[in-house]
Design a protein around this ligand. Structure first.
Ligand SMILES: [Fe+2]
Ligand SMILES: [Fe+2]
Length: 263
């Protein structure tokens, strides 16, 4: 039987977006059906494979998005969201493939579930762009989204603290406002996509929090203060309000974690 780590590695090393989506969902399906062995005989790549386009730029080199009301501004918004979801596929695959051996089968199940969700989110957004006459890769994209994964590649607690519990939780904070803007502009289809993503992301943050609590259960420090030290050490940006307290709480992230880390 093929090992789950080699199937995950192959998905990470698939560069074409459509093929990567298929590979991620296929790994998740085969794992669920018991067709992959809980064996970690392959290491994960330093960096996943990505397509030639979009061109990846430093955040300060990104062109201005333009007004949301304009066609160009709308395409830029959906393109940036599609890119976040594309990188999220690899973040979830790498989580399962890199740390699954030490963390156990439930961890692998949870993060392969996330990888399949992210592939679905990406596919919805790529289709949305196509319906607007554009496509993923048509614009440059944020080149720094893998940094958090790279910086935390040695430490599952740090990875969980930063990726699901900071970055994905940030998605919970900002998505409702984007959804409202999209709905106000009359794009009900776009609003439905964002509502679905928001729902799924609550579960992703919840998986992150659940496994983080397991990892830190054995140490003397309180989970909240362990989380804060890891975030201070490994996260380069600010953790800042406004926070979506109800969505965060639904994901197990109480105010005790983040209220006094905000700057
Ligand atoms: Fe997502
Ligand atoms: Fe997610």
């Amino acid at each position: 039987m093929q090992s789950v780590s080699s199937a995950i590695r192959a998905a990470l090393l698939t560069g074409d977006p459509r093929a990567k989506c298929f590979a991620a969902r296929d790994v998740a399906r085969r794992w669920r059906k018991g067709e992959l062995a809980f064996t970690f005989d392959e290491t994960m790549p330093e960096e996943p494979a990505w397509p030639d386009r979009p061109e990846l730029l430093a955040p300060n080199k990104m062109p201005k998005r333009g007004k949301f009301g304009s066609e160009r501004g709308r395409i830029a918004l959906w393109h940036s969201l599609a890119h976040i979801e594309f990188v999220a596929i690899d973040l979830a695959l790498d989580m399962a493939g890199r740390f699954g051996g030490e963390m156990g089968e439930e961890f692998v199940s949870d993060f392969l579930y996330v990888a399949a969700d992210e592939a679905m989110h990406f596919a919805l957004l790529a289709r949305k762009l196509e319906s607007m006459g554009s496509h993923y890769g048509a614009l440059p994209a944020h080149g720094g989204l893998w940094e958090a994964a790279h910086d935390t590649r040695h430490d599952v607690a740090a990875r969980l603290a930063v990726v699901p519990m900071v970055l994905e939780a940030r998605g919970l904070d900002v998505t409702p406002a984007t959804l409202e803007r999209v709905r106000t502009a009359g794009d009900e289809h776009g609003a439905r996509i964002l509502a679905r993503i928001l729902d799924d992301e609550i579960r992703h943050v919840g998986f992150g929090t659940k496994h983080f609590l397991k990892v830190v259960a054995d140490c003397d420090e309180e989970p909240e203060s362990a989380w804060k030290s890891l975030v201070r050490k490994y996260f380069r940006g600010p953790v800042k309000p406004p926070f979506n307290d109800s969505a965060r709480l639904a994901a197990g992230l109480s105010r005790g974690f983040y209220e006094d880390i905000a700057v």
